[in-house]
Design a protein. Structure first.
Length: 175
């Protein structure tokens, strides 16, 4: 494993709004193709046979993107992202593999697989709740589930405190 593994660059649109995180390699290619402007660099440098290239931390597209907003897709990963990878009943953060999706109104009672009826739950809380509503199980939801307008640009397990310092100024408005 290289010391550069896991280093990402924050991609901004032409108005400086965050789009997503991309690999530092992709950011360098886009820079060499003159498709982006590098706004911030990391202290790290990658060496080629003829050059030493600083790693881009934050990059901005030069052209405006025509974005068609379809909203956030309903997926297990996106539910976990929305809920911060923590159980919405007890607040535990057991790890992605130990989290389940729980239907607030159970499927056996007509509950649907929708943003406003599904939350992340640890396995013990999901078993404890069973086919009951949170009220019947005497369990309290930490947050009411709802469809998010957007999701954070961090990878699972990376908290806001661990995002690169170079990104902070550009994420402040969205986080």
């Amino acid at each position: 494993m290289s010391r550069l593994d896991g280093i990402r660059s924050l991609l901004l649109d032409a108005t400086y709004a965050p789009i997503r995180a991309i690999s530092w390699k992709r950011a360098i290619v886009l820079d060499l193709q003159d498709r982006i402007d590098v706004v911030e660099y990391y202290d790290e440098v990658v060496h080629t046979p003829h050059d030493a290239l600083p790693l881009p931390a934050v990059v901005r597209l030069r052209q405006y993107l025509k974005v068609f907003s379809r909203g956030v897709s309903f997926t297990r990963r996106n539910v976990l992202l929305r809920d911060g990878f923590e159980c919405q009943y007890c607040g535990a953060r057991p790890g992605v593999g130990e989290l389940t999706l729980d239907h607030v109104l159970p499927r056996s009672r007509g509950g649907l697989l929708t943003w406003d009826n599904v939350v992340a739950a640890c396995k013990p809380c999901n078993r404890r709740k069973g086919s009951r509503t949170p009220h019947e199980a005497k369990m309290v939801l930490r947050r009411r589930p709802e469809k998010p307008l957007c999701l954070p640009i961090v990878r699972p397990g990376l908290s806001w405190a661990e995002t690169p310092a170079e990104w902070a100024e550009y994420l402040r408005a969205t986080g």
